[in-house]
Design a binder for this molecule. Structure first.
Ligand code: SAM
Length: 379
């Protein structure tokens, strides 16, 4: 155990378990879910994350009033959603975080304004969002209420001598929700986004779009999918829950024809930027809900040789599973970060598709999550 906040912070649940044991625990969890759902998996191992610490490319920290007129900035205390522990470092994010936090604290401290209180809906400072790429370049955004004027000039000034800070934002959010929201976005200085290069593709990493949190692990995952598809798939590919292009762009760069489906506006906009940035032909994206678009396009039956599915943790609704099987593609690739929904979704798919390969990678060391991918062929 290395983190001084372990046990207090709700972020890492497993850091007191040696890393190799965490990986075996994740294998047990996968096997248990497979057994429960009567899914037969080929032999597999859980590949450890290429980085055990400092692997995340995004963090969201919360401001809160400490009770002594001081503003805390950190993560929620384990099991106590009302309390935020003040943190100086995070071993999952980046070694540069303490330097960035020092600047942010001195800026916030000088203002003497209160943090936003999610129960009374009064106060100013709400969240800090930091994104980075593998070159350790940073995008920073403060998220505040509109109860006081944003000092964007002072915010830029306090960061101005840090060469690693490439992009600076201020977001105003008055919504009552307990997650970062984006009502008014002010681009204060620098680039509008960072660039991350993965599996031969340059990806835009903006304030809002979707990007997998562990780029080292994601690169492995994308290579697995690319290798399988290059060896097995000849025709068009449908990429459901496509994010900002992700794996679909890697395949299109190889000359394959890919249609992505994604409903988030920012992710769709970033996918378009990614296509232009890489001069990719053969990739197109439809904005919309997967379930609705599959329902509206019965003519897609037989049109795709492979369907990739990478849904959120909640998995795929029954209608989507049903409609995917109906499309009658020769191959399916199902990617998920949740063994529970992954295995229960597969129950509706395996009567029509045989799992011919299965892989897992630990994208989230020290947390209970694990990334899975099943490669399937029509029976
Ligand atoms: C796990 S991410 C997949 C990311 C992508 N495949 C990649 O490799 O980066 C899930 C994505 O599904 C999108 N999404 C969630 N529900 C959706 C739905 N019903 N229809 C379309 N997209 C959806 C989210 O906005 C998110 O970008």
């Amino acid at each position: 155990m290395r983190c001084r906040y372990f046990g207090l912070c709700g972020g890492c649940a497993l850091q007191d378990i040696p890393y190799s044991e965490q990986v075996s625990l994740k294998k047990d969890l996968i096997l248990k879910q497979a057994y429960k759902n009567r899914i037969e998996l080929p032999e597999f191992c859980v590949e450890p994350s290429p980085r055990e610490f400092f692997y995340r490319n995004k963090i969201e920290m919360t401001f809160s009033n400490s009770g002594q007129g001081k503003v805390n900035l950190g993560f929620h205390r384990r099991g106590r959603n009302r309390e935020v522990i003040d943190i100086q470092e995070c071993l999952l994010f980046s070694e540069d975080l303490p330097v960035l936090l020092e600047r942010i604290r001195s800026f916030v401290g000088l203002k003497g304004l209160p943090a936003y209180d999610k129960y009374s809906h009064n106060g100013f400072w709400r969240y800090l969002l930091v994104r980075r790429n593998r070159n350790d370049e940073y995008l920073l955004s403060l998220i505040t209420s509109s109860q006081f004027e944003p000092d964007t000039k002072g915010w830029v000034e306090i960061l101005s001598d840090l060469d690693c800070v490439k992009s600076v934002y201020w977001v105003i959010y008055d919504g009552l929700g307990d997650a970062v929201g984006f009502e008014k976005v002010i681009h204060c200085a620098g680039e509008r986004y960072l660039i991350e290069e993965l599996a031969g593709i340059k990806f835009v990493v903006g304030l809002r779009g979707f990007f997998q949190v562990n780029p080292w692990g994601t690169e492995r995952l994308y290579m697995w999918v690319k290798d399988y598809i290059k060896d097995n798939v000849q025709g068009k590919i449908l990429d459901l829950y496509a994010g900002s292009g992700g794996i679909g762009l890697v395949l299109a760069k190889e000359g394959m024809s890919v249609l992505g489906i994604e409903m988030d506006d920012s992710a769709v906009a970033e996918a378009k930027q990614n296509v232009d940035l890489n001069g990719i032909k053969g990739y197109s994206m439809l904005k919309g809900n997967v379930r609705a678009l599959l329902g509206k396009n019965p003519g897609w039956r037989g049109q795709f040789d492979c369907i990739i599915m990478d849904p959120p943790r909640s998995g795929m609704p029954p209608k989507v599973r049903y409609r995917v099987v109906k499309l009658n593609a020769s191959h399916l690739v199902y990617i998920s970060c949740n063994p529970v929904t992954f295995m229960s979704d597969l129950r509706d798919i395996v009567p029509s598709y045989e799992i011919i390969d299965f892989k897992a990678i630990d994208m989230f060391p020290h947390t209970p999550h694990v990334e899975l991918v099943a490669f399937m062929r029509r029976r």
